[in-house]
Write a protein that binds this ligand. Structure first.
Ligand code: ATP
Length: 489
């Protein structure tokens, strides 16, 4: 991997310099853990989202997609358990007033131990942490921090408060009319997209005449007031999720959980992520709604971290919504027969696949980023920074570059552009030396460049240059569109 931890900062700068990611409201010094996607970033993000959407909905005839609102009735979050349970244990350092998520603080300590070869202590501390988190033993967690003399990175002291819970949901007020009780106006920015699917279960099942097993997919923004938001777009306060809830017969959930775990890992590999950079991590502490859960982890430049969650959510969510809404949320299973007669009104079980679009973006871009150096035939050194984004999701597929701004070359280039732009994203440029233009396209991650020169006028051929190998060949101008289409399909 060309992207080790030490050039993570370079990757971040590169994302800014080439229109991928900007800090939000940068002119006002930014807003912590909120980012904007620029012209290339927005297109790459859309391409990843579309690839997910297509593979979920178009390629599975039993999965449909919806787009639920961000605002939901506040009772949704009471029913789902988020009002009471969506919190992380945190601890404050009394000298620096810096707040930490307890698991991050301890994981950071374990990482430090590994850098000095103390893997045994790192493993022990993490095992103790998992056991204490599983029991919600906050006093035990504080003791673990103190016993290991874990210090705050800012104050360098171990002067800690007690461990407390911190709810991660953002609250806001709804409507212009003040209510007698201010709590009546409170709505939350959704912390996950999943609940928009659960509350629409019956709407979709009935109108789509869906038969179990079936899935509902959705992409959209989610918001979490993360205590410590760090590592660029890995942990944001506003981010996007791509979730699919798969509704199954009770008792079959483990079969589907195993199916979707394997399926989702394969899907990531289909995006060019090497199998060796992905692994499963089973949850020790299960969320209140789950009977099994794992993370698909990716080896980010800063270590192995969660990319996607696969959760067997039981019938928890639908059951809760049934109880809180007092509306029957059940499925009549015609295919379930006893003594030859149909039976079975039940609340379906759910297997969820939930991947962060921004985290997947970071995965793709950190794998793609490479700083390359080589010696040319004449003995001089050359170098480039290239984004080797898989062609099928690259923001721009083809750059069309007339060698000169005259002699009819721009006209031919424009004609090619007009022929191709309806089929895929093209970029036209006639300024600067051709070598410089190639480098810029490498840095943006454009997989194919076509140069129109004087020979084009004679024999209708162009030079096509391939980003990853930098090799060039001459092909007929009439073949360009099909060649690109074939490579990106
Ligand atoms: P973490 O343990 O990293 O906080 P989580 O287990 O809370 O994540 P889930 O609730 O399972 O995450 O959410 C599903 C997916 O949404 C995650 O796998 C991740 O890709 C993405 N995600 C969650 N929180 C964030 C965030 N703050 N910023 C960006 N992506 C996120």
């Amino acid at each position: 991997m060309a992207n080790e931890a030490n050039n993570f900062q370079e990757l971040i700068s590169h994302c800014k310099e080439y229109g991928y990611i900007f800090q939000s409201s940068e002119i006002y010094d930014g807003l912590a853990a909120v980012y904007d996607y620029g012209q290339n970033g927005a297109q790459l993000k859309k391409n990843i989202r579309d690839y997910w959407w297509k593979s979920m909905t178009q390629l599975h005839d039993n999965i449909v997609g919806i787009d639920a609102a961000i605002f939901m009735h506040p009772t949704t979050w009471k029913a789902s358990g988020h009002v009471d349970n969506f919190s992380d244990p945190m601890i404050d350092n009394k000298d620096s007033n810096k707040r930490y998520r307890v698991d991050h603080l301890i994981e950071g300590f374990a990482d430090e131990q590994r850098t000095t070869g103390n893997d045994k202590l790192a493993d022990e501390v993490l095992a103790s942490m998992d056991a204490l988190l599983a029991k919600d033993d906050y006093a035990g967690l504080k003791k673990l921090i103190e016993d290991n003399n874990i210090k705050c990175a800012v104050s360098k002291t171990a002067n800690w408060t007690d461990v407390r819970q911190f709810n991660l949901m953002f609250k806001t007020e709804f409507g212009a009319v003040a209510a007698d009780n201010p709590d009546d106006n409170i709505v939350y920015l959704r912390p996950e997209t999943a609940q928009g699917i659960f509350v629409n279960f019956l709407n979709v099942q009935k109108t789509g005449r869906m038969k179990i097993p079936f899935g509902i997919a959705q992409t959209g923004k989610a918001f979490r007031n993360e205590i410590v938001a760090r590592q660029f777009i890995f942990r944001m306060r506003e981010f996007e999720q791509m979730e699919m809830q798969f509704f199954v017969r009770p008792g079959t959930q483990m079969e589907w959980y195993n199916f979707w775990s394997a399926e989702r890992k394969k899907w990531h590999e289909s995006l060019g992520i090497p199998a060796g950079k992905l692994r499963f991590h089973d949850h020790v502490k299960l969320a209140h709604y789950a009977d099994a859960a794992l993370d698909i982890e990716f080896e980010f430049p800063f270590g192995w971290k969660e990319l996607e969650g696969i959760h067997s959510r039981t019938d928890f969510d639908l059951k809760q919504h049934q109880e809180f809404s007092k509306k029957k949320i059940q499925y009549f299973d015609n295919d379930l027969k006893e003594d030859g007669k149909p039976y079975g009104n039940y609340i379906p079980y759910v297997v969820e696949t939930s991947v962060g679009l921004d985290r997947l973006f970071l995965t793709i871009i950190s794998l793609a980023y490479a700083e390359e150096k080589w010696t040319k035939e004449d003995g001089t050194e050359d170098s480039r920074v290239v984004l080797k984004i898989p062609a099928k999701i690259a923001p721009t597929k083809l750059a069309i570059l007339p060698l000169l701004k005259k002699d009819g070359l721009p006209e031919i280039a424009r004609e090619l552009m007009n022929d191709c732009k309806n089929s895929f994203m093209c970029f036209y440029e006639e300024k600067d030396a051709i070598g410089k233009r190639y480098r810029r396209m490498d840095a943006i991650g454009t997989p194919f460049c076509v140069t129109i020169d004087h020979q084009t006028k004679e024999d209708n051929t162009v030079t096509i240059r391939y980003r990853d190998t930098m090799t060039q060949e001459r092909i007929a101008i009439s073949e360009v569109k099909n060649l690109v289409l074939e490579k990106i399909s």
